[in-house]
Design a protein around this ligand. Structure first.
Ligand code: JCF
Length: 680
């Protein structure tokens, strides 16, 4: 028990070393392995302890300490850094055939028609950087610049948590240059833009600009506040050490040494498998946490890469297959107000047509009044339109208008229903305005009929929106029940309706008469009763009559049904107008047989414990969980001997391994969808 300064210093030094090692290890587990062992709070606690020690003993500070991620004193300029191995760009392919040409060129050049192994990975939309490690310590970070020399941004890259300051594991060459993309995940982009708006600053146009802007800061303390990430994708210069002879094996080494690598990276054989990878990624793209602008394909073998060499400024052995851009700028021409099935008034932006996400877009939803306020939208604004996957086009943000914004007209909300003139009502909790006209309102009637005819409802083939609009406008039908009394002469008079299609339509209306209770419950359009709730209500009560007799308490016993849904069900089935429509449906010969009501409280998956892992394509994991719970299963996040079944989506990892080792049943997404479809 001595507190001579030296001993205290030695102890502090030992502890600081141990803390750094622990922090580096946890950082590695978090970013490279995506498998943290401690919570963020515990990590912060270790970091604070190290900060305290380094503050008390300044001699303990070092450039590779995890405490250095907060940034340091500002620079006056960025120095220039020469790239020993040039940082090349990639050739592009804009469609499948250009991708197939790529393989043909390779085979011609190699004079060998055998199938090639390609490594496929998402192409991140960020900023390319080079990181230099000497003896495993980060000594330099540089931008790509013109490919031959870039800017020294070492202080800035040090602040990025997914960049190891010190490499993990062993076997890395004494001189190692790692290349990758620095990017801003979408959530981080939204957060810094929200902050910019709150401070009255100009927001960034997109995550890539925000990442570039954050790296261009001379004051690394600003960079430190931006939640940037880096994903490694290749090596640059190396000296000493033995390296693998394929790209994929090299990427696995980088992962072991502490870099974040893309978990969606995959090796495939032949170009058709590359085309397939593109399709799979295109489906995953809208749900990814970051922006990608394409796929990069690389010949896996370094021997073949060397044989292929370079042309102009790009390697012959790699290509980027581009996605259609998800964002484009255009002008807001006008805002119109649509009335939905439940009377909700939705503002819709009319846009100067623009090509985005692979289609021409001239309308975008604006959701509600709050959204318009949030965007600060005016007629005439230049706006960024976003269309990601099959999602409805949205206005992402307003660009600084070329005109003086003050002169642009604001957006005036209607004070009465634009279709039927009824009064509007605002629900307290929501920013939603609703028409109070109910089925008096032609817009609501049309939407109700469209819903009734839709695929998951009565599935009336050939009864499209345009036809329903005409039928209602001409007064040929007023309610869904009137569909079943339509005559061929009435249909033949409609636009775009030849007598053949009129006959076909009548046949599909007739066929829809034989239906099921879940479909009818969904088709009626009771608010908040979607497909799943309709199924649960149907199996619980067995008939529409039993459901109509139910009180709040009985309804609350149904899984998935809360007080709001219960109130909407009761309200709907006590409305004389709705009861009359149901009676007319029956009179018109629509039949939905009663079902065997489920045993009270016994659901198909009751007592089972399920786990979801990996990426699902047809739904989010959250939606999968909801559906399982609706069938009575308990859904947990970790696999144990108690787990009944694991649903393994795309890129399932450690949970899948664990399930296999415990002999837990595993199903893939396709099997899962079959199970849900069959109701458990
Ligand atoms: O994700 C990217 N933006 C990306 C760019 C990925 C890669 O594998 C790359 C790249 C640029 C050049 N590979 C090279 C050779």
């Amino acid at each position: 028990m001595s507190d001579t300064p030296n001993l205290a210093f030695d102890e502090a030094a030992t502890e600081a070393d141990a803390l750094r090692e622990q922090l580096n290890k946890h950082n590695y587990r978090y970013y490279s392995l995506d498998d943290p062992q401690i919570s963020d709070a515990q990590y912060d606690q270790l970091l604070r302890r190290l900060e305290n020690l380094e503050e008390r003993y300044p001699l303990l500070q070092s450039a590779d300490s995890p405490t250095q991620r907060v940034g340091s004193a500002p620079l006056s300029v960025f120095e220039s850094v020469a790239h020993k191995v040039p940082m090349l760009s990639l050739a592009n392919a804009f469609d499948d055939d250009e991708l197939r040409d790529f393989e043909r060129r390779l085979q011609t050049r190699l004079d060998d028609d055998s199938a090639l192994t390609f490594v496929c990975e998402p192409k991140l939309d960020g900023v390319a950087v080079s990181l230099l490690y000497r003896d495993g310590v980060l000594v330099q970070g540089a931008t790509r610049g013109d490919g031959f020399s870039g800017e020294n941004i070492t202080a800035n890259v040090r602040t990025i948590a997914s960049i190891p300051l010190k490499l993990q594991g062993q076997g890395f060459p004494p001189v190692l240059e790692v290349r990758g993309e620095i990017y801003l995940p979408r959530a981080g982009f939204d957060a810094i833009n929200a902050e910019a708006l709150a401070k009255g600053d100009k927001p960034f146009v997109n995550p890539r600009n925000a990442a570039a802007g954050s790296l261009r800061q001379l004051d690394s303390r600003i960079t430190a506040t931006r939640p940037l990430e880096m994903c490694a994708y290749s090596l640059g210069q190396t000296e000493g050490g033995a390296l693998p002879d394929t790209h994929l094996a090299t990427m696995l080494c980088l992962k072991e040494w502490g870099f974040l690598t893309n978990i969606l990276m995959e090796a495939v054989v032949g170009i058709e498998a590359c085309v397939d990878y593109y399709q799979r990624l295109a489906a995953l793209r809208p749900g990814l946490a970051y922006d990608i602008d394409g796929i990069v394909y690389k010949v896996d073998s370094f021997r073949l890469q060397e044989a292929l060499g370079f042309v102009a400024r790009a390697p012959r052995w790699a290509i980027a297959r581009k996605f259609p851009a998800e964002e484009a700028t255009t002008r807001l021409l006008d805002v119109e107000f649509q009335v939905g099935r439940t009377g909700a008034i939705t503002p819709v932006a009319r846009l100067e047509p623009v090509f985005v996400g692979g289609v021409t877009v001239s309308n975008a939803t604006l959701h509600n009044e709050d959204e318009i306020k949030r965007l600060g939208l005016h007629i005439g604004d230049r706006v960024v339109v976003r269309r990601a996957g099959d999602v409805i086009p949205q206005i992402a943000r307003v660009l600084e208008s070329e005109l003086d914004r003050v002169d642009l007209p604001g957006i005036v909300f209607p004070t009465a229903c634009p279709v039927c003139g009824s009064a509007l009502q605002r629900s307290d909790e929501q920013a939603v305005l609703r028409c109070t006209g109910g089925l008096v309102c032609a817009a609501q009637r049309k939407e109700a009929i469209k819903h009734f005819a839709s695929r998951k409802a009565l599935d009336i083939d050939g009864l499209g929106d345009k036809i329903i609009d005409q039928l209602v406008d001409k007064g040929l039908i007023h309610t869904v029940a009137d569909l079943f009394t339509l005559q061929v002469e009435q249909l033949a008079g409609l636009e775009r309706m030849a007598s053949k299609s009129a006959a076909n339509l009548l046949a599909s209306i007739a066929a829809a008469r034989q239906t099921t209770l879940p479909r009818v419950l969904y088709a009626l359009g009771i608010r908040e009763v979607g497909e799943t709730t309709a199924k649960l209500l149907a199996t619980h009560f067995g008939s529409l009559e039993k459901l109509a007799e139910a009180d709040t308490e009985t309804l609350l016993a149904v899984p998935d049904v809360g007080p709001v849904v219960a109130a909407f069900v009761i309200q709907f089935l006590n409305n004389p107008h709705h009861l009359a429509i149901i009676a007319s449906l029956r009179e018109a010969g629509v039949e939905w047989p009663d079902m065997q009501p489920a045993d009270e409280g016994v659901l198909p998956l009751a007592g089972q414990v399920w786990v979801l892992t990996g990426t699902l394509t047809a739904m989010s994991r959250g939606q999968g969980k909801e559906q399982l719970e609706a069938l009575g299963a308990k859904v947990t996040s970790s696999v144990s001997a108690k787990t009944t079944c694991l649903v393994a989506g795309e890129s399932a990892g450690s949970k899948l391994d664990k399930a296999r080792s415990l002999d837990v049943a595993v199903i893939d997404e396709a099997q899962f969808l079959v199970l849900l479809e069959s109701g458990g």
